[in-house]
Design a protein around this ligand. Structure first.
Ligand SMILES: [Fe+2]
Length: 121
């Protein structure tokens, strides 16, 4: 069987952390672009600190952990899945665009909200 067409594994999300928030150690299978809207955050693995107005790009294959001491909001454009890793770099979970869709729709169902179908254009 052959499959034709354009495949997109991109997703956009606005990630918000409360003070002390963290996104576990993960590796990207595709590139990521981000724009810091509020607050600040950093990677536990590097010196760089992202502050409101900063742009960030993460390359495929990079592994890191995000942390925000005082809270933040960042708009991310993810290309490809994220692999969450344990302490020995074993993949423990893969999060892709379908995971985000399921997460969003589950949240809507839980809170009696209508799913915005226009998000899937
Ligand atoms: Fe990342």
């Amino acid at each position: 069987m052959s499959v034709r067409g354009t495949f997109s594994t991109s997703s956009l999300n606005c990630c918000g952390f409360r003070p002390g928030g963290r996104l576990g150690r993960h590796r990207h299978r595709g590139s990521v672009s981000g724009y810091v809207l509020e607050g600040s955050w950093r990677y536990l693995d590097y010196d760089w600190v992202g502050r409101a107005g900063d742009f960030v790009r993460e390359s495929p294959g990079r592994t890191h952990t995000l942390y925000s001491e005082n809270g933040m909001k960042t708009f991310f454009w993810l290309n490809g899945p994220l692999e969450f890793l344990d302490e020995e770099d074993r993949v423990i979970e893969v999060v892709d665009v379908f995971w985000f869709i399921n997460h969003y729709e589950s949240h809507c169902r839980q809170h009696g909200l209508k799913v915005n179908e226009r998000l899937y254009l």
